[in-house]
Each structure stands twice: as C-alpha cells, then as structure tokens.
Ligand binder design. Structure first.
Ligand code: BDP
Length: 682
C-alpha cells in the first residue's frame, strides 16, 4: 500500500507455482474531491490517505512482496490505461477502480490512492481468478460515498453498559477503563480489516456521550487524533459522537441554546481546534433528545436548529453532522394506547424536511422501532426528499442473538436495501442512502481474538461493508466471498463440504432466529435491560413504548388509521394501503400493524397461534441441525475457531429452547388453543 500511495507500484506474488504479477497504478485523472470535499493538501498541510513516510504497515498479504517501480511492467499499465480509455472508462471517481488484464499482468487502475487500496482488496478477493485469461477493464465504483461504522465504545467503563454499550466482542479496541489503549498494531489491523470490507468512516465513541467521552472533543482530542492517524492509511476518516450540551459541560456556558451567539462561537472555536488536530476529520454524530441525551428541545428549538448549529462550523472543512432521527419518548404511559413509539421519528423529522443545511445527514434507523429482527422500513426514508438521509443498521447483534447465536444478517439488510418505499419500480432504500448520506451501522467489533466474539459474526461486518459498496450484491455471494477469504476452502481437505455446510448453517440463520423469537413482526419480548433471551411481558407494562398487547383473545399492535395509532398513514402509497389492510399486510409484519384474534388465518393458511407454535418448534429444530452440521467441520476449520463456535452453538440451542418454551407456553395459556399436532406446549 505504501507503494500505491506514493507512486503506484508493483506487487509480485511469490511462493509455489509460476509467479503472477500485479501492478497498481494511478490514472491521469485525479478525483475532484473525496466524499464531502476532503480538504486539499494545501488547505490542511497533510494529504489524507497518504501513508506516513517510513511507516511499517503494509496492506499486502503475507507471501506478497512489493516494489515501487513498475519497471518493465509499465508497458502493461499503458495497455491497461488504453483499454480503459477505449471502453470509455472516463474518470473512475473517488475510491473507484478498474481491474484490467491486458496480457500476463493484472493491472489495477484508480484515480486516487483509496481506489488503489480497494482495487488491491478486490484482487485479494478474486484470488487465483485475478490471474486468469486476459480481460478488458472491469470498473468498480462504490454505490455509497460514506460507508460508516459507529462504535458504541465508552472511554470509562459504564456501570450498566460496560466498556462497549451493546458490545459482545470483549472490550473496546480504543479505550480501557478510562484510558486510551494505544494498541497501535491492533488499530492498524482493524483499519486494514475495515478497508478490506469497504468501510471508509468510523465514529469512535458511543452515541450516549457520558462525561468522560464528552472530553474527547476538547482536552482529550489527542486520543482521537491518534486513532485518525492510524486509520488514515486505510482510507478511513474518523468521526466523533458529541453531546449537544458540550457548550455547558465543557465550555462552562450557561446554555447550549442553538440560537445563542456565545454557543455558536463556542462550537466554531471548538471545531476549528478539532481540524487543527485532525485535518481530515469526518464530523460529528449526535443523539439528541433521545433516551436522556440533551438536545434542542430543552431550549424550545427543533432538530433543524440543533443540527444546523453544528453543521455551520464543520462546513468550511468538508465535515458533516450525522444527526440521528432516533428520537422518541422513552417515558410514555403504557396505558395510553394512542401513543405509538413507531410514529415518533416521522412526527419529529418529516415536518423539518428542507430546513437542514447541506452538510447535515439525518441518520435514520432502518425501522421505526429499534433494530428488531423484523420491522417494516422506516417511513422517514420516504418522507424527506429535501434532506440527505443515511440509513442505520445494527451489525452488533443486540436484538439478534448477541453474538452468541449464528445470525447472518445480510439477507435481512439486502431485503431492506432493495425495498422500494414508493412501490415497485421506484427508487429503493439503497438509492435514497446512496443519493444522501450513505449507510451506517453500529459496530460489532471488540478486543476479542476473533474480533467479533462469535467467529461467524465476522461475516456480518464484512457483509455490511460490501452491501454499502454494492447493495445489489446477493447475500449468498457475499457469504461466498467471506468464507473464501476466511476459511480458504480451496486449501481444505474437503472444499465442497466446507462451503456447503457453512451455507447451510448461515444462509437462513436470520430466519431461523426470527422463527424462535418474537413472532410476525411484533418485536421485543426480550429481557429488559440487556435484551438477551425471552421475557414475553418484560416490556409490556413499562414506559419504553414496545408492546405486543397480547390478551386472551388476540395479539398485535393496531397501527391502522381506521382504528389504531394511524402509523400506517405515515407511508406513501402503495404501502399505506398495503399495511392498513388486514388482507394485504404481509404475514411477517402482521402483528406490527394489526391486533388480530388467535384464529386469524394468515396468507400461509395457518392460524396466528398455530403459526407461533410451528415456527418455534421449527426454529429450534434448525438450530439442532446447525449444531450437527458444525460437528462435521471439525478438522476442516481452525481448531480454535471450531471450539469457539461449538461453545456458542451450545448456548444458542439452550437459548432457542428457552424462547420456544416460553413463547409457546405463554400463547397457549393466553389463548387456550392446543397445538394441532399435539406437541407439549408447557
Ligand atoms: C438501542 C440500544 C441502546 C442505544 C440506542 C440507540 O438498546 O443501547 O443507545 O439503541 O440507538 O437499541 O441510541
């Protein structure tokens, strides 16, 4: 990578067999700008992405050697450039690249260094196939300009949430017990891992900004700058979660009112200092007026006032504000059936469309509630055509098994990204994100030796990056890429068994998880607080707004306009009608939108209560099959990986049985309806 960054260069593979050759070269084009106008070298005095002279890191795999001068191979570069020009290749654009094989040498062309880096990782993905018969230029460009991970890392260990809020992979790789870890190798390796997945932005700290984390913006800025320096060579820009109350808690001002002149000046000066430390700083992430975080509501202002306050000072530097739309009342009266948490983001944000500055990105969770196993797409995504929106996913498996359960999330994300909020044939969720602020996800990484606690959860990190780069990729194809890179089946004793078995275990694992947890889109039913394992009524009589309303007659949330909360009216047609109609509503979302009797017949032909029983038995049977299949892989995968997954599968099976038994017993007792197949329901 050093070679790429400085000159364009040559990488030769050594080892068994004839050597193969790869040249990485810049085109004559230079990208006009990196996403959101990265300051130029003259403005900042530093060139983003350039490796530090003498820096020891290399993005080259072990077994590869590098040289900086293409030498006689330069002729291939000329041929590749001519090929690209003949194909009307034009500028490849920021981060784009072309892989060309004009003859015996493979050439990666890019307009910028980040493009060379991504091109190199594409060659790694292709493996031997990158050195096959000659082929013309294959051009790759990222669909999303920003492909971002939000860390929910705390600097101090939080008494309830620990070092990483909703972290299931050990501690933070950045901080431990209030101090920076300064494990430079680990952070570099992380940068390389993210670049290999395609991620180009990282927010380093928790969106719930506690007192210590708040100071990262001011007197602890060096810690952020150090991370930025380590990640920069991998094309990754660093962002920071900040508290809206910063002018008060850090600046000693009496107010954080967005319209107050002293508050504006404070943000301007603070932001200027940030850029003096980190010239390519990405910007701020803000959770405001949500779950106890401070925000503009305290001053009678709205979220456009709040977001614009921070966006102003970032603008000259090319920075952005990711302003989260996850705003709702977490102290609602559960007895009041007309208050609906699902409505909140749309109620707050849709009226503000058009009022945000250009460098504000309103970051919307993919669903209206909170990263459940199944939810409809958030209606906010269709409601703000005059605003740049980013869509937020949760890679950390808070509600999908906490990295104890195998749950490959790419099929779910792919469904969401392909969803067309205005109806078939119209723009998709992926289009909205691509035209707006990109795709963001909550990170699932920690200091665990496997990075993600469950080794198979790495696939979610990989798939997130790949789908952000190209949302049209098929989840099974992404899984193939990941398992090729991770398990190198070609070198295993039984490549076919390894590949087939991993697909059997992972392809449908999200649907299996859905089968044995909360049914038909109703969500939650998790243990309060930590959210692991079943507790059907755990949240039912609490102020959090997450209810299923099960009684002796039926279950589900009536969100219709006719008789319910009116949430369906937040969607444009055709979805407003589809969801409003009991007959048209898709089975998998039925209980999200409707309260129905237990004997209501689904499109599948089953009654609601029989569906609940069947899916819970099926889900557990699928986990049993997964456990058996994993046993076949002993000897075919690294023994430490095998042991770790075996241990997690035992817990998954225990927990799945617990879900099955509690959910089935609960609905049996409420409804009094026996299982049609006579199985015990407890
Ligand atoms: C919820 C998590 C909580 C986060 C919140 C958020 O339970 O820990 O703080 O999302 O997104 O899912 O801000």
């Amino acid at each position: 990578q050093r070679a790429c960054a400085e000159h364009g260069g040559t990488v030769r593979r050594t080892g068994d067999g004839p050597p193969v050759q790869l040249v990485l070269a810049l085109t004559a084009h230079r990208s006009a700008a990196r996403p959101d106008a990265t300051p130029t070298a003259t403005q900042s005095g530093r060139t983003p992405n350039a490796a530090r002279p003498g820096s020891p890191e290399t993005a080259v795999r072990p077994g590869w050697t590098e040289a900086v001068d293409p030498g006689p191979l330069g002729v291939n570069v000329d041929a590749a450039r001519a090929d690209l020009a003949a194909a009307g290749g034009g500028p490849l654009g920021p981060e784009g690249f072309a892989v060309v094989r004009p003859g015996e040498v493979t050439v990666v062309l890019a307009d910028d260094q980040a493009g060379l880096l991504y091109g190199l990782f594409q060659v790694v993905r292709l493996g031997e196939a990158a050195y096959g018969p000659p082929h013309p230029a294959r051009v790759h460009r990222p669909a999303m300009r920003r492909r971002m991970l939000d860390h929910w890392d705390n600097v101090d260990v939080h008494p309830v949430m620990g070092q990483v809020e909703r972290g299931y992979a050990g501690g933070s790789i950045f901080w431990r017990a209030g101090h920076p870890r300064r494990d430079r190798d680990r952070v570099r390796a992380y940068g390389r891992l993210l670049a290999a997945c395609g991620v180009n932005a990282v927010s380093v700290n928790n969106v719930n900004v506690h007192a210590t984390e708040a100071r990262l913006l001011t007197d602890r800025l060096d810690e952020v700058a150090e991370i930025a320096d380590l990640l920069r060579p991998y094309g990754i820009r660093v962002h920071l979660s900040v508290t809206f109350a910063a002018p008060v808690v850090l600046g000693g001002l009496p107010t954080a009112d967005p319209l107050d002149e002293a508050v504006r000046e404070w943000w301007a000066e603070t932001t200027q200092r940030v850029y003096a430390h980190i010239p390519d700083f990405g910007g701020y992430v803000v959770k405001a007026d949500s779950e106890g975080q401070p925000g503009p509501f305290s001053y009678g202002r709205d979220h456009a006032d709040g977001a614009n306050l921070l966006a102003g000072p970032l603008e000259p530097y090319g920075g952005v504000v990711h302003w989260r739309a996850f705003v709702y009342d977490h102290r609602q009266d559960w007895r009041d059936r007309s208050t609906d948490r699902a409505r909140a983001a749309h109620d707050h944000f849709a009226p503000l469309d058009g009022r945000f500055r250009d460098n504000v990105i309103v970051q919307v969770k993919h669903g209206p509630m909170d990263f459940q196993t199944r939810e409809p797409v958030s209606p906010v995504i269709a409601a703000m055509p005059g605003t740049r929106l980013a869509v937020e996913f949760q890679v950390t498996q808070e509600y999908t098994g906490q990295q104890q359960h195998v749950c490959y999330l790419a099929p779910w994300w792919s469904e969401l990204l392909r969803f067309a909020p205005w109806g078939d044939g119209e723009r998709t969720v992926a289009d909205v994100a691509a035209d707006g602020g990109g795709l963001v996800a909550v990170s699932n990484v920690g200091d665990d030796p496997f990075w993600t606690g469950h080794p198979l959860a790495q696939a979610n990190l990989y798939a997130f990056g790949r789908l952000a780069w190209d949302p049209k990729l098929r989840p099974e194809a992404v899984l193939d890429e990941w398992l090729d890179l991770t398990f190198a089946p070609a070198t295993s004793a039984d490549p076919a068994l390894l590949r087939r078995t991993l697909h059997q275990i992972m392809d449908d694992s999200w649907r299996s998880y859905e089968r044995y947890t909360a049914p038909l889109g109703v969500g939650f039913m998790v243990r309060p607080g930590h959210h692991y394992g079943p507790d059907v009524d755990g949240y039912e009589y609490t102020p959090w707004g997450t209810y299923h309303f099960a009684d002796r007659d039926g279950v589900g949330v009536d969100r219709t306009r006719a008789t319910g909360t009116g949430f369906t009216g937040q969607y444009p047609p055709p979805w407003s009608q589809t969801y409003e109609s009991l007959a048209a509503c898709p089975d998998e979302l039925l209980l999200f939108f409707h309260h129905v009797p237990y004997d209501h017949v689904l499109h599948s032909g089953s009654t609601v209560v029989q569906h609940i029983y069947d899916t819970h038995f099926d889900g557990v049977a699928e986990v049993e099959a997964t456990c058996r299949r994993w046993e076949w892989l002993a000897g075919l995968v690294d023994p430490t990986v095998h042991a770790r997954v075996t241990e997690r599968l035992a817990e998954q099976l225990r927990c799945a049985q617990e879900w099955r038994d509690q959910v089935n017993a609960y609905f049996h007792r409420k409804s009094g309806v026996p299982d049609a197949h006579g199985r015990p329901l407890h």
